[in-house]
Design a protein around this ligand. Sequence first.
Ligand code: BGP
Length: 469
Amino acid sequence: MKFSKDFLFGAASASYQVEGAWNEDGKGVSNWDVFSKIPGKTFEGTNGDIAVDHYHRYKEDIKLMAEMGLESYRFSISWPRIIPNGDGKVNDKGIEFYNSIIDECLKYGIVPFVTLYHWDLPQVLEEDGGWTNKKTVDAFVRYANVCFKAFGDRVKHWITFNETIVFCSLGYLAGAHPPGIINDPKKYFQSTHNVFLAHARTLKDYKKLKQFGEIGITHVFSPAFSVNEKEENKFAAYHANEFGLSWYYDPILLGSYPEYVLKIIEEKGWTPQWTDEEIEDIKEAASLNDFIGLNYYQPQRVIKNTEPIENASRDRESSTGAAGSPSFDGVYSTVKMEDKKYTKWGWEISPEGFLEGLRILRKRYGDIKIYITENGLGDEDPIIDGEIMDVPRIKYIEEHLKAVKTAIKEGIHIKGYYAWSVIDLLSWLNGFKKQYGFIYVDHKDNLNRKKKLSFYWYKHIIKTRGEDL
Ligand code: BGP
C-alpha cells in the first residue's frame, strides 16, 4: 500500500527551539527567554538565545527540506515576535519574518502548517498571571486574528495550541516550565480551561473570516495502559486516561468536560472559575474543529500508586518524560517494565501502543480527521567517518509509520505525519544533547548543517509514498 497523494509527509519545529535571534528586530521577551536563564532550570543552562539560528538561516534550511522532498513544514509563530508585549502594537518586522518563511516554503511547494502557540508566551502576560488570567485568553484571540489576517491568504493549516497538558502541568504542578509553580492544582485546572476557551473563541473567529483553511489543536497522545489485569491497576489506568486524555480531548471534540474528573475536582476544590457563556463557547466550538493533531512518543504503563506524594520530586530531572513518578494527585504511578524497550532518555518505544491508542481514540471520538503532528526519536547520534548514522531513528520512524499505515487500513482517518524534528534543535529541558532531526547541526563548527542518514531514508519514503515500508 502507498500513502494517498493527499497524505502529507512532513516534519516539525517550534520557534523557541530553532529560531534564536531572541532580541532582534523588535521581538519582545518571552517567558522562556527569562525562565531558561534561571540557574538549574535547563540542562547545563542551555537556552534559545541563538538556538540553531533558523532566524538567519531559514533559506538554507527550507532548501534542504525541499531537497528531502518534504511536503509540509510544521513550525510555530513566536507570539512576542508578532506582538512584543502580548497585547499591544504589532511588530512589522515579525510579520515580515514569517511572511518570508511562508513564501520560501511555497516557492518549493512545501505546505506551511502553522502552530500559533508552542509555549513562548510574551513575558508581560506571564507576569500578569499567564494562562491563569482571562486577559491572556483575550490577548491570544487577538494575536491569532492578527496572524490570520497577515498570513491566512497563504496558510491553510492552523494549530492553535501545542500540548496544553505539558505547558500547564509542567508550569503549575512540576514547576519545570514557566512560570515554575509547584503543586498548584487549582491554577493548573484554571489554566487548562482558559486554553480551551482561547481555542474555542479562536475557532469561532477563524470560521467567520471565511479563509477556507483548516484549524485544530495538537494534544499529547500518551494513552495509559495497566501493567496487568489486576483491578486496582486497571482502575489506575482508567483514572490516568480520564485526567490525561478525556480532560483534554473531551472539551475540544465533544464540547464538554468529563463527568468523572469534574466530580473529583469539585470535591477537592480545584474547579476552574468559569461562566456559562464560556462553557457555551467551548460547546459550540466542538463542531468547528477540522482535525486533531496528535503528538505521540510513548504510552504510559500504569500501576496504583502506593508512595506518599510528598516523596515525588518536582524538578527538571523528573519532568523529562521518563516513567517512574507518581501522578500529582497520588492515585497512580507510571513505571518502567522489564519486557519493554526504552530510549536513552527512558521513553518507551512502542508502535503497538500507538496503534492501540488510535483505536481507543476512534472508539471514543468517532471519525475525526487526524494529523500526527509529532513523532520521533531523541538520541545521541553516532558519527562514523564523518557521517551521521542515525539508524535507530530510521527504525523508530519506520515502525511508527507502519502503525499509521495499519491504522489507515482499519479506516482511521490520518491525513499526515510530521516527524519531530526536521532539524536538530534545542530540547526544552535536555539542551542540544538530545537530537531528533534529519539534519544535523554542528555546534562546534558555526552551526553548519549536514544531512543525516535518515535524511536520505525519509526522502526515499516520501518519493515512494511509503510503499516499501
Ligand atoms: C514535545 C514538544 C516538542 C519537543 C518534543 C521532544 O512535547 O512539543 O517541542 O520538545 O516533545 O521533547 P524532548 O525535547 O523533551 O525530548
